[in-house]
Design a protein around this ligand. Structure first.
Ligand code: KG4
Ligand code: ZN
Length: 342
């Protein structure tokens, strides 16, 4: 099914990064340009959708131009134009989708719409030439927490998902409650290194009858209750201990569920993807758990864990090889489900 020398220009604008990349054969990153809006959204403590869309429209042409320049290639040399069309913020997605359609139409190139989560999973192919399906993948981002079997390139079986908050969302909310800014994940990661992970026994939520599902809203409430209780008692709060204890509760659940699924399904290759997959405690705990069982662990470098277009270019290659082509009516689908075709 693989095709030789397919070069794809990929565009990603589903949340707060405007990104473009040139990727060859799904594995080789020729360029990867990301214009982050984090500094802008920090002022508001989270992503403001309308501001995100406006910033994407301002940046997108420059980002694409830089991606082609860095790859030392022209639009004419691209075999296809790929773009994230969901899930994500609708206004933000529309900027990338409209741009990709315009470029593909003008350049008479095939258009390949990509599912954002499929992109996160594919980020693993960019640095692991040996990784091939089937394998188990834990997808943990700001908007999603999924445990999936990657049966084939672009074919997934969802074993578990979060019932409420995504893991990254829990990080961001807890970070805000202890006075760390947005995005909270990297800040909690850093602060936890100075704290005691067993200082506060926060709950590790299990979902009855669904051993692979996740739930983080109870943990978030437990942290808020703890903070309120301590404040009412006039106790001084040790933010590093709160961060480390919260992080341990999240990491333990993520690792436990992943190991249980690997055992139940007899899968010995485990991958991680999404912004939270760059978390140092999660990486270490997952590495130790996999080593103990003789499993092979894969995860992208941090730059390919958080939103980027190289991962979209990788997923697009496998879709392209399968024959996926989108028409000029491609639209943004904010709640696009994994495995669903728009
Ligand atoms: O994958 P991503 O860039 O965007 C989505 O598709 O949602 O993930 C962003 C999320 C944010 O919630 C951020 O706080 C979290 O990933 N994150 C981290 C770390 N770096 C980013 N969470 C924990 N530890 C980190 N080091
Ligand atoms: Zn993402």
């Amino acid at each position: 099914m693989n095709k030789e020398n397919v070069t794809i220009l990929a565009i990603e604008s589903s949340c707060d990064e405007t990104a473009a990349a040139v990727v060859r054969n799904g594995r080789e990153v020729l360029s990867n340009v990301i214009s982050s809006q984090i500094e802008l959204h920090k002022l508001y403590g989270g992503v403001v959708p309308e501001i995100a869309s406006r910033k994407h429209i301002e940046k997108i042409n420059q980002v694409i131009e830089s991606a082609l320049e860095d790859a030392k290639m022209t639009l004419e040399e691209m075999d296809a134009i790929a773009v994230t069309y969901g899930p994500g913020l609708v206004g933000a997605l529309l900027v990338g989708v409209a741009e990709a359609k315009a470029i593909a139409y003008a350049g008479k190139k095939p258009l390949v719409g990509v599912h954002h989560i499929e992109g996160h999973v594919a980020a693993n192919y960019l640095e692991h030439p040996d990784l091939e399906p089937p394998y188990l993948c834990l997808v943990v981002s700001g908007g999603h927490t999924h445990l999936v079997i990657v049966k084939d390139y672009s074919e997934f079986e969802i074993l578990g998902r979060t019932r409420d908050d995504a893991a990254g969302e829990a990080y961001d909310k807890v970070a805000r409650s202890i006075g760390l800014g947005y995005p909270g994940g990297p800040k909690i990661d850093r602060l936890s290194k100075e704290g005691n992970p067993t200082a506060i026994p926060f709950p590790k939520a299990k979902v009855a009858d669904s051993p692979y599902d996740f739930s983080f809203s109870g943990l978030k409430s437990a942290v808020l209750n703890y903070l309120n209780h301590e404040k009412m008692q006039n106790h001084e709060i040790n933010a590093a201990d709160v961060a480390a204890s919260f992080q341990k509760a999240v990491v333990d659940v993520l690792v436990d569920h992943t190991m249980l699924a690997a055992k139940d399904y007899g899968i010995r290759k485990v991958a991680m993807a999404g912004g939270v997959a760059s978390n140092s405690a999660l990486r270490q705990a997952m590495r130790e758990a996999c080593e103990k069982r003789g499993y092979t662990l894969y995860h992208p470098s941090p730059i390919f864990c958080t939103d980027n277009a190289a991962m979209i270019g990788s997923a697009a290659y496998y879709e392209y090889c399968k024959g996926t082509r989108h028409g000029w009516d491609l639209n943004a689908i904010p709640n696009l489900k994994l495995g669903e075709r728009g």
